[in-house]
Design a protein. Structure first.
Ligand SMILES: [Mg+2]
Length: 420
């Protein structure tokens, strides 16, 4: 079998990739949260590196293209091609992808909800059309956030873990406390807008506002929901440690990306290590990191307690599996990122997470966006998301297919040849 063509299309809020082969078997995946101007240039570039190769030799395809990828967003197309190759390999073999990764060790995979914190995600809906959360158009009071988390946990989907944008990751966080001067400097300091999401050392009042927020939020949710905070990056090291220690009594699931993270093309592993070694609050990073090699220092140095690679950025499904196994060898937990990965990404995450060792916690659940996405795909079992878990289903490949006659109606004029 040979790869003959690679195409992309924007469908709703998701960018989809299709690998075409000479055998008539197609592979599909989604490209994480990248702009059209990016994929328009990058997809043809990578297609040129892998055309003519056998997509079922996934490792060989990866070897041919991975040198040209990098931290987010430059590994996204590499990752999407890798995942679509697995889809083809599974279809060719007539088995779900998890069988090709060594087989599943769990029949249902725990997921967490991190999707209800931005305006964009306000449009994200459950299969029945109900908005999941959506209260985070602006920063709400900790009581309101806590109530929405409880409501989310009581829905049939029953999320047991919620993650919220916090501190530097939530643009207007300190405003609700009426704090103009919450840090001694902000970065970038020149634009005068509210886009500042980095900082220097916090003022004592700014710092106390963070701790107060956690105290009030936990006062509402108690121990009913696992709470993770997506924190930045933006903290200085001293505040990160001080904060991690201050919230130790609240039993948080993790603090994410305090030092480096989804906006940085580096890991700052040495700084993370200093923090992780001195607190019992679990420290987490990883969604921007590309390839296992770039996890090595974080994992071998035990610089964090939890890693969160996104299969749509780290280099794909096999890369994520490898990182999970290596993290497990070092006593480090695994909680993959995924919020912008769409339904095909959700299917890919389910395949690989079903095979992960005991360090697995949960993956970040990506929803179809908008909700008509659930009408244009086939393969999802009824009620596949229940009680905080996605059921592992059996279907060759990644587990989801387009209903092409239905999906075609949503193609933009410039993408009209996507399925042809
Ligand atoms: Mg994050």
């Amino acid at each position: 079998m040979k790869i003959t063509e690679i195409k992309q299309a924007v469908i709703g809020h998701n960018i989809v990739l299709r690998i075409v082969t000479d055998k008539g078997i197609d592979g599909y995946s989604e490209i994480e949260n990248t702009k059209e101007s990016y994929i328009g240039a990058v997809v043809p570039y990578f297609a040129g590196l892998v055309k003519g190769l056998d997509p079922t030799d996934v490792s060989y395809v990866m070897a041919a293209m991975k040198r040209a990828g990098a931290f987010k967003p430059w590994g996204a197309v590499v990752s999407a091609i890798e995942m679509a190759c697995w889809d083809i390999a599974g279809k060719e073999a007539g088995v779900p992808v998890y069988k090709l990764l060594g087989g599943k060790v769990r029949n249902k995979v725990r997921v967490y909800n991190g999707s209800f914190k931005t305006e964009k995600m306000k449009e994200t809906k459950a299969p029945d059309g109900t908005i999941l959360g959506g209260q985070y158009e602006k920063m709400d009071s900790p009581e309101a956030v806590g109530e929405s988390m409880l409501a989310l946990s009581e829905r049939p989907e029953g999320f047991t873990i919620c993650k919220m944008a916090f501190g530097w990751h939530a643009r207007n966080f300190w405003k609700q406390f009426g704090l103009d001067e919450y840090a001694y400097n902000t970065y970038p300091p020149m634009n005068g807008s509210e886009r500042t999401n980095r900082g220097s050392m916090l003022t004592e009042r700014g710092f106390n506002a963070l701790v107060e927020y956690v105290d009030r939020l936990k006062g509402v949710i108690g121990d009913k929901i696992g709470l993770a905070l997506d924190c930045g990056p933006g903290f200085c090291a001293a505040d990160a440690l001080r904060f991690a220690k201050a919230v130790e009594p609240y039993h948080l699931l993790w603090l994410e990306d305090m030092i480096a993270g989804d906006y940085t093309p580096h890991t700052m592993a040495h700084v993370y290590r200093d923090i992780t070694m001195q607190t019992s609050t679990p420290i987490h990073t990883g969604e921007q990191i590309y390839l296992r090699e770039n996890y090595r220092e974080l994992i071998e140095g035990q610089c964090v307690n939890v890693v969160g690679p996104d299969p749509a950025d780290c280099g794909g499904i096999a890369e994520l599996k490898w990182i999970a196994e290596y993290a497990d060898l070092h006593g480090i937990h695994m909680a993959p990122h995924g919020t912008f990965d769409g339904i095909f990404g959700m299917a890919a995450l389910t395949q690989v997470c079903a095979t992960m060792p005991q360090n697995y916690i949960a993956y970040e659940y990506p929803a179809g966006n908008p909700d008509w996405w659930y009408d244009i795909v086939e393969g999802l079992p009824d009620n596949f998301l229940r009680d905080g878990h996605v059921e592992v289903w059996d279907r060759p490949g990644i587990g989801v297919e387009f209903n092409i006659p239905k999906a075609e109606k949503y193609l933009r004029p410039e993408d009209k040849d996507f399925f042809r």
